[in-house]
Design a binder for this molecule. Structure first.
Ligand SMILES: [Mg+2]
Length: 480
């Protein structure tokens, strides 16, 4: 592995809110939130008041009476996110997009053309600002994990390059929440054990961390805290799975709760499969219980599936079986559906009814009829929007706090992350193995946790702004 800082992590700052401020100049410099009933994203001006993604709109208004709510311009998010990725791609073909607004780049082979990684990062920041009009923070380091942490430290609108000779000095004093995979719940568990910094996590007794977080998850976090991350930058290929998930406060898993949620997830997953002319043979559901315990259940079918109702019914059966195996679990906090073993699916081959009429098979008479309904709905939605038509159980449910367009942008993240972490497995505390937990779709692309805005060119850590580059910060162990 090249020890030089050849990996960049580029991450647009408060992306959705920044786009809104770009589109409407009257919003610039003001605290704004995308959303309404729920804050989907907040500007840095709003974050300074403690407003953050996922927060109820009422609480956000209490914290920031000046807060301006704006509706999302989802097509613009996608267009501008794609434009930024095009710019990144002009510096190296090794661009791994991990969400709508962030990507890793390996610029080790671009030195002769564009300069060292710090120079390339500066070029990227300048071009994104001038050509797209958005602020972007960049971290440069010798590993992906460290580059991502560096970009978080650089925010807002900054650049941090970590000198390989001082990586540990840079990493160890930072809060443990910056480690990839540490969410609020994990952070609280570690804090209860006296672990609040990355250095403390890296030096903690492995038995302690495994006991707190599970064997595999604990071990992988300790690896990252110790700056051991051999993963290369992998340009995205075509997805190997399509999935969606929904997180919620702890809820009793009754049928009237599970049905609409699974119906909504199946609608989103199946719609995306059909949009890309694909179908999949393996359906996997995941249920998360309280205490970060989770379990998965999968079924591989003889025939690929892309129908909404079929996917919903299969998912309901899988979840029912999974819950029956966990009678002690009273609450669920997340449901997810993914479909893998994907195949091209451009046309339906109608079957002779020799094996009966199984509506889960798209070639059967009833399966084909269902698929025709799905495709008619897809056509209507394509013309009039997603809300124009839908299955009653989903359309009439009250799970509309987060717009589907926003969820779909976040689901891009989920697919990308699942591809990336396909070999990372975490042993849940119930003894089963399950893929590593992904964050809630509504939060997956949300800005980082709120913190007071720092004065320009200064930060809460020892910071030495470079002369003439007040946005590019130096930290202990970081340089250009
Ligand atoms: Mg971002």
């Amino acid at each position: 592995m090249d020890a030089r800082p050849s990996i960049l992590h580029a991450d647009l700052d408060a992306f959705y809110a920044s786009v809104e401020q770009l589109l409407d100049p009257s919003l610039r410099g003001r605290p704004i939130a995308v959303g309404g009933g729920v804050v989907l994203a907040a500007s840095y001006e709003a974050k300074a008041f403690g407003v953050s993604g996922g927060m109820a709109g009422r609480i956000a208004r209490e914290r920031c009476p000046e807060l301006v709510f704006v509706r999302g311009h989802f097509a613009e998010y996608k267009r501008l996110g794609d434009r930024v990725m095009e710019i990144l791609g002009t510096y190296t073909p090794l661009v791994e997009r991990i969400s709508i607004d962030e990507a890793f780049l390996d610029v080790g082979g671009s030195r002769r053309l564009f300069g060292d990684p710090a120079q390339i990062a500066a070029l990227i920041r300048t071009r994104v600002r001038e050509e797209v009009g958005l602020p972007i923070s960049v971290g440069a380091a010798s590993t992906k994990h460290l580059a991502k942490i560096a970009s978080q430290v650089a925010k807002p609108d900054g650049l941090v390059v970590v000198d390989p000779a001082f990586e540990r000095e840079f990493l160890e004093p930072l809060p443990v929440r910056l480690v990839w995979g540490v969410g609020p719940a994990t952070e609280a568990r570690l804090a209860a054990a006296g672990i609040t910094t990355i250095g403390q996590l890296s030096r903690a007794r492995p038995e302690l961390v495994r006991g707190l977080l599970g064997a595999v998850h604990g071990a992988s976090l300790m690896e990252r805290a110790g700056n051991r991350d051999p993963r290369p930058v992998r340009p995205a290929g075509r997805g190997r799975s399509v999935g969606a998930q929904s997180a919620f406060p702890r809820t009793a898993p009754t049928e009237d709760v599970l049905g609409p949620v699974l119906g909504h997830l199946a609608d989103r997953v199946a719609g995306r499969l059909r949009k890309h002319e694909r179908a999949g043979r393996t359906v996997t559901v995941r249920v998360r219980f309280t205490g970060l315990r989770s379990a998965t259940r999968a079924r591989t079918l003889d025939e690929a599936v892309a129908g909404t109702l079929a996917l919903r019914e299969i998912a309901e059966e899988l979840v029912a079986g999974l819950l029956a195996d966990h009678p002690g679990e009273r609450w669920v906090t997340l449901l997810a559906i993914s479909v893998s073993k994907l195949e091209e699916h451009r046309a339906v081959q109608l079957e002779l009814p020799v094996d009966g009429d199984d509506p889960h098979r798209m070639g059967s008479p009833s399966g084909a009829a269902r698929l025709a309904v799905d495709r008619s709905m897809d056509a209507v939605r394509g013309r009039f929007g997603r809300a124009a038509v839908g299955y009653a159980a989903v359309a009439l449910s009250d799970r509309t706090a987060v717009p589907d367009e926003f969820r779909e942008l976040a689901e891009h993240d989920i697919s990308a992350r699942r591809r990336r972490s396909a070999t990372v497995r975490t042993c849940c505390r119930g003894g089963r193995c399950t893929p590593r937990t992904s964050p809630c779709p509504a939060r997956a692309s949300s800005p980082p946790p709120c913190r007071p805005a720092r004065p320009r060119g200064r930060c809460s850590r020892r910071c030495r702004p470079r002369p003439g580059r007040s946005r590019d910060r130096a930290h202990p162990g970081a340089s250009r």
